[in-house]
Every structure is written in structure tokens, then in C-alpha cells.
Write a protein that binds this ligand. Structure first.
Ligand code: FBP
Length: 306
């Protein structure tokens, strides 16, 4: 398959990577209905770990079956499917070669009182399962943030040496941050920037709100204002924080909401120069037909002229 000029341009941003990693990045970027555009929609299904099976799948019991998610990602024409070890293992042979997969190497759970994640699989697992990338969550701001970053350093270095891409979920949380602070624009942009510094190829953050949380940052944002009322301007600021747009950045969907809200998020992400959406609960918690229709609407946004 020939790469599009857009995908070639994106691959050129990653100046240190070997051909294996570039091939795997291009697999993700060339897949599905957005293939070749530089925009992506990814299905993440690690919520069973994060929130429990029932909270994740009871509203659409078909989604207890790991094959459901591979099939949904494929039929919706998405770019990739991300999940922890067991989910990927359960469909790896049936769907081999059909949809790029991202093996989520660490996970948290709702029974824990600490803001930490356990490493639950390895780079060797990702290679064995034919994944294109590893996925890893850091919690900037948590008491365990430095251990998480050090774990990522080791795993990312091994993944890159093995020709895999690295996707980093950068979710600020911890004692310094209240709920507003976790998604405040300054904190979100800071978290995205740290993921870029840690060597992520694809950075995943939550969509930023209008809030500016850190006192030290407020003065800077007053002197160099971002139009915080404008969702696209907020996205553009996060993109700028990812090496001036030289890293791919995608934004998560969050808890189940009305489809219009998701489509409106996608419009802001697209207009602000973000590279796409990573939508889990809002996809698999809906009946399959509704999920396919919503994902098609989101994809249409990313196919449109900016
Ligand atoms: P959603 O679209 O369901 O929000 O999925 C994105 C995601 O990053 C998942 O990978 C992860 O399980 C979840 O969000 C964590 O969300 P939270 O920390 O808000 O529980």
C-alpha cells in the first residue's frame, strides 16, 4: 500500500525511529475510513479493568465478548483497537492482520485507593500478539508518577528497539489536583507535553476545559492568553504543547453522553488540529447499530475540510 503524502509527513516527525516503528505507525494511520488522512479514531476497551465488567458492559451485554470489540472497530472502519492482555489474546487469532492493535501494558482498578497502575503485560506479549503499539498510562501529579514514568521509560525503549510504536495515556490526578484541575487547560497541556518528552508517538489526553488551575500558570496564561471559551482554541493549545504539532495527539471520549456531544467534541478537535478521538464507553455501551452510526458521524467530521 502506498502511503499518502500526509502520512509520510507525519512519519518524518519521528526522526529517531527505526523502520519497524514507522511501519507500525503507518499501519495505524493507513487503516480504516480515515486511512491516509492523518486523523484517527481508536477504540479503547480497558474499562473492565478500570471500572469493572458490569459498569462497563451491563448496558450492552454483547460487549462482554472480546470479539465484539475487534468486530466493532473493524466494521466501523476505525484505525486501531486498544486493550489489555486478556482482551487482545481472546481475539488475536480470529482477527490477526485485520485491525491494528495496541496492547495496554498497565492498568488500574476501582478497588484501589492509590493513583497507580500495575504493569500487566510485556513488550514480548505485544510482539507475540502482532500488535502495532504498546499503550501505557501515566498519572502526572500522583504520588506514584515518577515510578510510572520510569516504568514507561524502560518499556518504551524496549518497544522502540523492537519496532513498535508507543501510545501514552496522560491523565493528571493526585493530591494537588481536584476534579476541575484534572482536565484544566494548563494541566492537560502540561500532561500532553510530558508525554511527548517521555517519547510517546501518540499522546492521549482528555479534552481540556476552560479552567486554568495552577497558580504559577495563571500569570503566564494572562500574559499569553488562549481563548479558553473556544474549544478548538483549547485543542490547538494542547497540540502546540505536543512539540508544536510534531506529535500525534488524540482526545478521549469519557463517560457515556449524548452522541451530539461527541460529534461536537470531534469538530473542535478537528478544527484545533488534533489528530482524532479515542472513544470507548460511548461506543461499546450503545447498541451496536447506534455505535456504528455515532462512529460514522465522528469519522465524517474528520473527513471534512477544516
Ligand atoms: P472512554 O472513551 O471510555 O473514556 O475511554 C478512554 C479511557 O482512556 C480508557 O482507556 C480508560 O479506561 C478510561 O478512559 C479511563 O477513564 P477515567 O479515568 O475517567 O475512569
Amino acid at each position: 500500500m502506498q502511503l499518502t503524502p500526509k502520512v509520510r509527513q507525519i512519519l518524518d516527525w519521528y526522526e529517531s525511529d527505526n523502520p519497524g516503528t514507522k511501519t507500525n505507525l503507518s499501519r495505524i494511520l493507513m487503516q480504516g475510513r480515515l486511512g491516509g488522512t492523518g486523523r484517527m479514531v481508536i477504540l479503547p476497551v480497558d474499562q473492565g479493568f478500570e471500572h469493572g465488567g458490569a459498569r462497563s458492559f451491563a448496558s450492552n451485554p454483547a460487549a462482554y465478548d472480546p470479539h465484539y470489540h475487534f468486530r466493532l472497530a473493524l466494521d466501523a472502519g476505525l484505525n486501531a483497537y486498544a486493550a489489555p492482555l486478556g482482551m487482545i489474546e481472546a481475539g488475536a487469532a480470529t482477527f490477526a492482520g485485520e485491525i491494528p492493535t495496541i496492547l495496554k501494558l498497565n492498568s488500574s482498578n476501582s478497588l484501589s485507593t492509590t493513583k497507580d497502575q500495575a504493569v500487566t503485560s510485556t513488550v514480548a506479549d505485544a510482539l507475540r500478539l502482532g500488535c502495532s503499539a504498546i499503550g501505557f498510562t501515566i498519572y502526572p501529579g500522583s504520588e506514584y508518577q515518577f515510578e510510572l514514568m520510569e516504568e514507561l521509560r524502560e518499556l518504551a525503549s524496549e518497544a522502540k528497539a523492537s519496532g513498535l510504536a508507543v501510545v501514552v495515556w496522560s491523565y493528571p490526578r493526585g493530591p494537588m489536583l481536584d476534579k476541575v484541575g484534572e482536565t484544566a487547560l494548563d494541566v492537560c497541556a502540561y500532561a500532553a507535553h510530558m508525554a511527548a518528552l517521555l517519547g510517546a508517538h501518540i499522546i492521549k489526553v482528555k479534552p481540556p476545559t476552560e479552567a486554568i488551575s495552577l497558580d504559577a500558570a495563571k500569570k503566564i496564561y494572562e500574559a499569553n492568553p488562549v481563548d479558553v471559551k473556544d474549544a478548538a482554541a483549547r485543542i490547538a493549545h494542547v497540540v502546540q504543547s505536543c512539540f508544536g504539532g510534531r506529535r500525534l495527539v488524540v482526545f478521549s471520549g469519557g463517560e457515556s453522553r449524548g452522541g451530539d456531544a461527541l460529534v461536537s467534541d470531534a469538530r473542535a478537535i478537528h478544527a484545533g488540529g488534533g489528530n482524532g478521538s479515542i472513544v470507548g464507553r460511548n461506543a461499546f455501551q450503545r447498541p451496536r447499530d447506534e455505535a456504528l452510526a455515532l462512529l460514522a458521524s465522528i469519522i465524517e467530521v474528520y473527513k471534512s475540510e477544516v
